[in-house]
Design a protein around this ligand. Structure first.
Ligand code: GLU
Length: 483
């Protein structure tokens, strides 16, 4: 519990060095669920100390992606809060004063080793099959040598003196953890450029921001061992740690670009709904007691429990995500669905501003049951827009059959002579063509579908008849007959 407010406090701490990866989004989700389940606080902290790799664009994108996912934060760089600033680049003075505390305790020392020297030490240890670590060359330099090196213009980094023994902690997901200090060299806490290193800044921040639970990926486990030492050195109260397993690709390796889409941004552009992605990420790794898969977010919050968050890696299954997405698309409120569909309609080349709103709604409702993602809209839109309509080879081969010719001929006569309201058009035409050809079922419907949609599968024919109308259908029929 937080020392002052008695509520759990968690944080998500992305580094703005790239787009938000689904794995990181899942970490954010776990923190958010933990806070919302327990009535705690969720803080967003931007870890932007890596000057060479940071960018403001990435920071803005990460914030936008979290907002798109509806993972709202209570404190953060854009909205402030009691423990700000929430951007590490704005906390440099704080790190300086905390470094002084360790200096006074004699727990740090300046290190003058160059990159080349450190690299040579690493290579030598690896060639002797030993764990690469800093062996402490600068640990016991006397004041005179330090003074001389500084006079030569060498800027030192600062290292933490690692003690003997073991570091132990109890991980909320993984149970008791133990690390042998022998394998850990004195580590850098402030670089020679004056920039604080991750392990140091994160401990200072988590402490000053009164974080009670650090929930993050298991790739940070070895960092936690170092962070534990710093908690001890500062005599800070330790938060509880929970390291969740990572998302894996089908080959059981960490999910990466070569597996396909990995950035939240890519999933968004491909037409996934944020609710579906949240639902999917919360299921990954078996976070619930029962097997039900479609869960609205309120229910996910209510049912969330850290002990059910998977210990073993969860395989990312895009097929399952698509399936969930199609369900969310089908269940979306018509107004919401229209708003979400607009960018995809525009991308497909539709002038939405000039389109008749009633027509647009009817088209969207007709194709909705066929969509796995919003990007699929483009393909089905062709059926309703004359300039885009074309007969795909899969449909052309159906139209080439002998029975198809009979169906098309009858269809031509019937369509040309009926005079009914557009809602009744389909049933009237189908009944009459069936009577004249003696065909039913697939034999009757497949050529009709091929001629009027240009494909083998798609939205219900009845809806297509009603939206496209008799005249246009006649034109299409002529095209199909010519084929
Ligand atoms: N900035 C770190 C990262 O993006 C945060 C790790 C942590 O949660 O401590 O991996």
């Amino acid at each position: 519990m937080s020392r002052q407010t008695n509520v759990p406090r968690v944080r998500f701490a992305p580094s703005p060095t790239g787009d938000l990866h689904v794995g990181n989004a899942r970490t954010a989700l776990f923190n958010w669920l933990f806070a919302r389940h327990a009535g705690g606080r969720f803080a967003l902290r931007i870890e932007d100390t890596d000057r060479d790799r940071n960018s403001d664009v990435f920071e803005q994108n990460i914030l936008a992606d979290l907002k798109w996912l509806n993972l709202d934060w209570d404190e953060g760089p854009d909205k402030g809060g009691p423990c700000g600033p929430y951007r590490q680049s704005e906390r440099i003075e704080i790190y300086g004063s905390q470094l002084d505390r360790l200096r006074k305790k004699g727990l740090i020392y300046p290190c003058f080793c160059t990159e080349e020297e450190l690299e040579a030490e690493r290579a030598s240890l690896i060639s002797r099959r030993m764990t690469p670590r800093y062996l402490g060359k600068c640990r016991d330099l006397d004041e005179k040598t330090r003074g001389r090196l500084e006079a030569e213009g060498r800027k030192p980094a600062f290292r933490f003196r690692v003690g003997r023994g073991v570091v132990e902690f109890n991980d909320l997901i993984r149970g008791p953890m133990k690390f042998d200090c022998e394998t850990i060299g004195d580590f850098i806490i402030v670089r020679s450029t004056g920039v604080p290193a991750y392990n140091f800044a994160v401990v200072v921040d988590d402490h000053l921001m009164e974080i009670t639970h650090v929930i993050r990926g298991e790739d940070h486990l070895s960092n936690t061992a170092l962070q534990m030492m710093l908690y001890g050195a500062f005599e800070y109260y330790r938060p509880t740690f929970a390291h969740h397993a990572l998302i894996l690709g089908k080959d059981h390796k960490k999910l990466a670009k070569r597996h396909g889409a990995v950035a939240v941004r890519e999933f968004r552009a491909q037409g996934f709904l944020p609710e579906a992605l949240i639902n999917y990420l919360s299921l990954l790794g078996g976070s619930f007691a029962d097997a039900r898969e479609v869960r609205p977010v309120d229910e996910i919050i209510r049912g969330f429990s850290m002990d059910r968050v998977g210990k073993s890696g969860a395989i990312f299954d895009e097929g399952k995500l698509r399936w969930l997405n199609s369900i969310y698309i089908r269940n979306d409120q018509p107004e919401d669905f229209l708003a979400r569909a607009l960018p995809f309609l525009r991308e497909a080349g539709l002038d939405c501003e000039r389109a008749d709103p009633a027509w647009l709604r009817a088209v969207l409702e007709a194709i909705r049951p066929n969509l796995a993602t919003l990007a699929d809209i483009g393909a089905y839109l062709d059926i309703f827009v004359e300039e885009k309509f074309r007969i795909l080879p899969e449909a052309a081969s159906i139209l080439a059959g002998e029975e198809s010719a009979r169906v098309l001929a009858a269809l031509f006569e019937v369509l040309g002579s009926v005079d009914v309201k557009s809602e009744e058009l389909y049933q009237t035409v189908i009944d009459e063509v069936s009577k004249r050809t003696g065909l039913t079922g697939k034999k009757l419907l497949m050529p009709i579908r091929a001629a009027f949609t240009g494909r083998r599968k798609g939205p219900e024919l009845e809806k297509i008849f009603a939206i496209v109308g008799r005249e246009t259908l006649m034109k299409r029929l002529k095209k199909a007959v010519e084929k």
